[in-house]
Ligand binder design. Sequence first.
Ligand SMILES: [Zn+2]
Length: 687
Amino acid sequence: MPAAVLFPLCQLRAATDHETRVSVVETPAVSSSNPYFPANRAPLAPSPFIKLPIGSITPGRWLRHQLELEARGLTGRLPELSKWCKFNGNAWADPQGQGHSGWEELPYWLKGYGDLGYVLKDEAIIKAARRWIDAVLASQEPDGWFGPRTLKEGLKGKPDLWPHMVTCNVIQSFYEFSGDDRVLPFLLNYFHWLNTQPGEDFGAGYWPKIRFGDNIETIYWLYNRTGQVWLLDLAKRIHENMQDWTSGVHDWHNVNLAQGFREPAVYYQQARDWKFLEATERNYRTVMDLYGQFPGGGFAGDENCRPGFTDPRQGFETCGIVEFMHSFEMLQKISGNPLWADRCEELAFNSLPAALTPDLKGLHYLTCANQVQLDRNNKAPAIANEGTMFSYSPLEVYRCCQHNVSHGWPYYAEELWLSTPDRGLCASLYSASEVTAKAGEGATVRIMEETDYPFGDTVTFKLFPARPMRFPLYLRIPRWCKDATVRINRQTIRLEARPLAYVVLDRTWKEADTVELHLPMKISVRIWEKNNNAVSVDYGPLTFSLKIGERWARYGELAEWPEYEVFPSTPWNYGLVLDERNPAKSFKVVRKAGACPDQPFTPDAAPIQLRAQAKKISAWQQDSQGLVGKLQPGPAKSDAPAETVTLIPMGAARLRISAFPAIGTGKNAREWAAPKSATSGKAGGLK
Ligand SMILES: [Zn+2]
């Protein structure tokens, strides 16, 4: 990571009036201290951003609707479906830790389920989560171990420490929301026990060894709240004995990558050596350069990444999507680098919605940038995993994702706003929301954020401080936005709001002061040289995909919990006809009139569409397993007539082409070869 993105090299100061100081910085200065929220305590590196307590932020509009759908859908009702979430006889609910289901599933679900309740302030969910949490807290042995006793000797007589890492996250959120005084002693007792384990045990087992960075994060969280220095010795011992993520990537499981790659940056907070921050950025780039050569923010890891399987038709697991987002949210706070927020938005807007049915009652295992049919048939070995991976289901066929998807939207909603060391507030991830937090001299300020972002390009903030109060308001400028403008109380502020920076408005805020941030979106075209020069189209943070007719075919036996295959009902095998000199000019943006719908992530509801010219490529077909054919060298030759096609946001397209061949002309155009055995590339496909 270059130094320039870590610390403010250039502060642009432009006094626009006698009371507003305006600056543009790469990251907040960490020299001041913020007494209102628990930031890193010395000797940990100071935090550029500080998480607000859960419950401080109330999301609105489409994001709130995703959470409400989640509450009514799979996550909210999972105990009806999952044997791992049955309370009676559950090892996580038993005071002696005896019983069934004593592994990752229950904590995976509970970690998002509890947060869903806290974010929505949904009393029924909070109460149901509390029942489990109370049981876990009551299960602690005198030595500090808690939960399932079988795990204590789960790895050939050694403890299997992975599920406890997830359970710690459950307990942390519960504490942030409730301040329950049982929590800190409980976690201290557990880490006292962990501290009695020999170092080599932190390198034991497959999942724990690779994911132990999760526990290091919890240990710092606990240290910041208790100041007990022995915790830092434990964190150091874990770092030194677990999988080495600092020297590079040594494991290629998609979920391990999505959470493990960040470990050096987490440990950076203790080591205070930039090489650890750089290692995390290098890990990210290593994975994405090899396997992330298509839009959507994920990578080709349809269980493990495999050399040669890098086409956009490879998938990314739903667990991978939500864990990658969680990593980016964490890294945003650790590094202060706004690039992580961009990376998080890319996944949240373009990949996560498409991994789920529009009612959030089902999901699939694998989401691909190019995915034209979601049937339940086996796609191995083209896809790494055997069996059903593409069709939507609420059932245990997708066991891990079925539980772990729970935290995707709630964690995202908790990160919309962050506190800063200089006692300010930062609008980090843009969404309609309301935040209430202490700032400045310590009075409470309420800020209402109104926007349809990413379907709108204007964000309006209305501030209601308890009394007039000076504090800095940070606004993130995304990487794609070159011409951001800011108005305060309708007066334009003179500034140079470059991408990947924060505009800081430091002034004495008064009741009903209004800030309007305009983030003009433009079409941009990306070329994926490593995937046969495929092209993808972005408009602001949204990637666009071909709109393909969807024929949903229900299956399964549960009346209330249908499973679905989705088949294409219109042709999909198009290459784009691009203006060679200015590819962005090839697209027309069409906005729907009216308010942004509550669920914008469907083909019909999508508030923004693009129109483009395209030609069919007859040799591009589905293979005998129903998978979209691999991309071939482009630009592609086509003698078909040009047609006008519609593109919709990738997150709204359950069937999609997002990495398109470009149509070539003359000598440059490459003839594609038809596969030897294939089904039609037109409507229909496998049945
Ligand atoms: Zn999974």
